[in-house]
Design a protein around this ligand. Sequence first.
Ligand code: ZN
Length: 466
Amino acid sequence: MQFIRRALVAIVVIAIGSSAAAWFLAGREAGPAIEIKSPGAFIGQKSSLELFVDAPAGKLTRLTAALTQGGKALHVFSLDDATGTSGDVKQASSDRLWIIRPLGKASQPELVAGPATLTITAARPVLFGWREAETTVKKDLTVRLEPPRVGVVSTHHFLNLGGSEFVVLRATPPDISAGVTVAGVSFPAFPGASVGLSDPALKVAFFALPFDQDANTPVTAFARDEAGNSATASVERQAFPKVFQRSRIPIDTTFLSRVVPAIASNTPALAVKTDDLLAAFLTINRDLRQQNNATIAALAAKTAPEMLWKEAFAQLGNTQVESRFADHRTYIFEGREVDQQTHLGFDLASTQQAPVTASNKGVVVHAAYLGIYGNCVIVDHGLGVQSLYAHLSTIDVKEGDAVEKGQTLGRSGTTGLAGGDHLHFTMLVGGVQVNPVEFWDGHWMEDRVFRKIREAGGSAPAPARK
Ligand SMILES: [Zn+2]
């Protein structure tokens, strides 16, 4: 009996001890993981709270978000608000909840401009629901409620369909991002200091009117702060529609058997069967063209925030224009119309394997094979302006090389989708292919660009005296 009593006591002691240990250890378990996706450093009129919370099986006992400002707590969100209501809370995976809620003056009207702290608290059940493991995350923010301002400083904007323009903007406060939007494409503005403007509120932007838009497409200057507040202003300009050429391009088996297998072997990601040459050509002419143009457009992000050139661009010397910008091409095979595409550049022909030179000073941002463009060099000239040289037989530069105007980049050739030896040349503004004739024209460069910089107080080359 004595033994049994002792054993019972021991069991009770062990049970109490292990429960206490379990209770103690449960209290040390990690709470849910909290990841705040937004806001960033600022909140404004209509920002949003977006967060991920990770807990086993997505089980939470509590989840709250609050803003504190000057000792006052403002309710943002609690798990109870969302139960059974909207799509505010979603199961991102079995262990992960995704929460998105409005945050800002519109949803928390007591918010005032200035510093604030966002506090997220989440707890999950541990020890069979007897205890909770909690996590608290705090983030210091700035509430910015005043919308930015943007206005157009430069005058006399003339915009040709498929062409480019330049604008000087005043955008405040100076730390915001600004630019110009045309037909859904945003062209970023760069600090005025890039062209010698000392006023930090001044910004400059090149923008384009894509060839396939209506000539009267609205042109809008914008300014946006990190809190999500934004402002816009209309860019007054005169628009000039253009009629582009139409041409018929005969293609035959000789041409297809030269270009299709070469492009296919250089583009392994494009799975085309070269036993049907016409079908493979159509995939290249449609899908690969689109992919290549997307690759080219993405290079706009690599532009320098300064104007690297000081004079108009140069058309390759001693060349004959074989095809112009935005030429609408109908492809004819064995008497049938098989495809239609727009040719977004100039075809310039001289002698075979002629040296191809940089149209202006810049930095090489692409020097490699690129599908329909064959061996292709793209030079960045800063402020979103770039030039492209395609179908080269050889490339003499590499990515990252600084090049002077007139420096040899390679030699002309027939690589990619080229009928004969020529240079395919185009200009790009913010990744949009534009008519190069404007950039080649000294009067255009002076009147559209340099004049506006000087009038705003910046440093641009003085007009050439004639
Ligand atoms: Zn071409």
